[in-house]
Design a binder for this molecule. Sequence first.
Ligand code: ADP
Ligand code: MG
Length: 285
Amino acid sequence: MGLALKDVHFTYYAGTPLAREVLRGVDLEIREGEILSLLGPSGCGKSTLLLVASGLLAPRKGALFLDGMPCGGREDFRARLREAVGILFQSPEDQLFAETVEADVAFGLRRSSLPRREARERTARALRSVGLEPSHYSPLPPFALSRGEMRRVALAGVLVREPRFLLLDEPFSGLDGEGRERLALLLHRLRSSGAGILLVTHEWEEVDLLADRAAVLHEGRLILEGEKESVLGDREGLRRAGLEPPPRVELLHLLRAGYPSLPAYVRNAEEAAERIDAVMRGGAG
Ligand code: ADP
Ligand code: MG
């Protein structure tokens, strides 16, 4: 079960002198119960890919598939996509607009035909899931909250629809340590409950901590895709895409000239130290 892009092409201002081809044949599948990290330098088309995957932009060529069924063209398929996929835009707190937190979150349900009571319950549940106690936060005006709290309100506005797939555009950027930790825990929990998450992020730390798989976008195509370990350990590939590999990966690369049994990727500095210590002592590495 998954959300798949097959040979997706997208061009801004197609057919005009301003035409800019941003996606040139992207194949990608987000599976239920996993976090897939989408990487690539600024301007490479990550946000555009999310907009296409959410059905907000139509591909110029190629198609989207939900659980193997094509979506697009026909209205009922687009409706299925809207129902299954939730997107959190970059800096979503800038888009909060309602007078209260509750109204902002409930806006996500405007198209649903839920009875009012159930809508209120779902709204409260969504707020609780992002760690905001509804009895306190519901009546507050969003602009009175901290940036981290506003971000969580925006996320609740996506989660309230209970989408199976979540597309998150740099959700960690601008959050402080506590905000990051909370968000990381929430993403863990959502994955455990079966959500498929496409996570755009610039931070290796979040990829190390959260991702199951990773994909790297370069000049409109995915040039790397696979298990996190193999993508993050591919320093040449990352370089080719204009990304600076994690410093640990550089260090291991240099050491591997003398100690070939060292891995290309480790998750953090502690693991690096352990592995290096083991080979230095003549262990198995
Ligand atoms: P990323 O999220 O990886 O930084 P984007 O998807 O935002 O990249 O942008 C990819 C390219 O498309 C950039 O060159 C950007 O300038 C261009 N672009 C993005 N949005 C628009 C738009 N609405 N109209 C025209 N060009 C756009
Ligand atoms: Mg972007």
